[in-house]
Design a binder for this molecule. Structure first.
Ligand code: ZN
Ligand code: ZN
Length: 385
């Protein structure tokens, strides 16, 4: 089956490479991927998938192919949002294309083995959480397994991610002349006290908790006591309950700061919260075997230390999910960099289309044809509930 999938991907490789390059040349940030989603849906229509577009989000899509013979539903996740300044510095142009390559290769055998292939075009991973929207709209409810690969500086069969809870603080004081400050009440002072207080809170948080924030508004002129100040914070923790607990302690700090500065405080959730990612080790072990079978080297086990966050977490709470990493650049290349973007259109990026596409297709093939493996995946998922 390996040769069959590789042959299929090699056959379409010119189209896939051109797509990766096209998205690289025309990067679009989250929820603005109008051209990117259009190009990807044109490609999957051409490959024989029934397309719903837009789907759930204005730049979201769904592509389906159902075999006459019944079988499991395989979800391949596509990302295609870019970043300001560094374009496809997270390599999402490659994510979309690897998933499409896998789906097209699997389609060649799906009538024999049975099942349904669904390509999910989930926009805005970096900022607005397309997959969270999709999950809220029950897009993954009928999916038996969801999978994707992320370009990286190593080959790895999964990584934990932190839950993320974003909180905005706003302070409302009283303007006054800078030389008559006693007539005013500074919203900025409350923001600075909050910043200092939250910085102290860090020491009393459990490991792998990250708190980072900025003052978005701190006044506009030195000779005006600021009546308004705002701050935006991310609270990241290994699970959502703890992220919320830390956020609630930070809110208490902001209340105290507002009290000290004699101003009013309001807080809100200003972006989409992300769940942590549940790891399915049955899928991870299988992906490792497949990576080895494909000849990939230095394959790392699941990274158990959560750092950043991803909207893939939302999917992992609905169905068994895997997000593996595939190496396209050396360890010295930073994530979210122009160098990482460049790697997607170089030789290693092209290799990733073939290896990554084949790996996902083989993982899906095993899930459909090996009932025990599929059961083990599902049992593990159920046991985590
Ligand atoms: Zn990223
Ligand atoms: Zn990414």
């Amino acid at each position: 089956m390996k040769e069959k999938f590789e042959r299929n991907i090699e056959f379409h490789l010119k189209d896939y490479k051109a797509m990766v390059k096209d998205l690289f040349d025309h990067p679009e940030v989250g929820n603005q991927e109008f051209q990117s989603s259009k190009k990807l849906t044109d490609l999957i229509k051409k490959m024989g998938f029934a397309v719903e577009y837009p789907y759930i989000c204005p730049t979201g899509f769904k592509g389906e192919y159902k075999a006459a013979k019944a079988g499991p539903t395989i979800g391949f996740l596509c990302e295609y949002d870019a970043l300001p300044e560094v374009g496809h510095g997270c390599g999402h142009n490659l994510i979309g294309v690897m998933s499409i390559a896998a789906a097209v290769a699997l389609k060649e055998v799906i009538e024999d083995i049975g099942g349904k292939i669904v390509l999910f075009g989930t926009p805005a991973e970096e900022n607005f959480g397309g997959k969270v929207e999709f999950a809220n709209h029950h897009a993954f409810d009928q999916v038996d397994v969801a999978m994707m690969l992320h370009p990286a500086t190593c080959n790895q069969v999964g990584a934990r991610t932190n839950a993320l809870y974003p909180v905005k603080f706003e302070f409302f004081g009283v303007n006054a002349h800078g030389a008559k400050p006693f007539e005013g009440r500074s919203a900025l002072d409350a923001a600075v006290l909050t910043y200092t207080g939250i910085s102290m809170l860090r020491q009393y948080c459990k490991p792998n908790t990250y708190i980072h924030g900025v003052i978005k508004n701190g006044g506009s002129a030195a000779n005006v006591i600021p009546a308004y100040a705002s701050m935006e914070y991310y609270f990241r923790a290994p699970n959502m309950n703890y992220a919320k607990e830390i956020a609630s302690r930070a809110i208490t700090i902001a209340q105290g700061a507002a009290h000290q500065a004699e101003v009013k405080m309001e807080h809100s959730i200003y972006e989409c919260p992300y769940e942590d990612k549940k790891i399915n080790y049955t899928l991870s072990h299988k992906l490792k075997q497949i990576y080895e079978f494909l000849g990939l080297e230095d394959i790392l086990d699941v990274n158990e230390i959560p750092g950043g966050s991803s909207d893939v977490g939302a999917v992992s709470y609905v169905c068994p999910t895997i997000e593996g990493q595939i190496k396209i650049a050396e360890a010295c290349v930073r994530g979210h960099s122009k160098e990482m973007a460049l790697a997607t259109i170089q030789e290693n990026g092209t290799k990733a289309i073939v290896n990554g596409g084949s790996a996902l297709a083989l993982l899906a093939y095993d899930f459909i044809t090996d009932a025990q493996f599929a059961k083990d995946v599902m049992d593990e998922f159920q046991s985590q509930k």
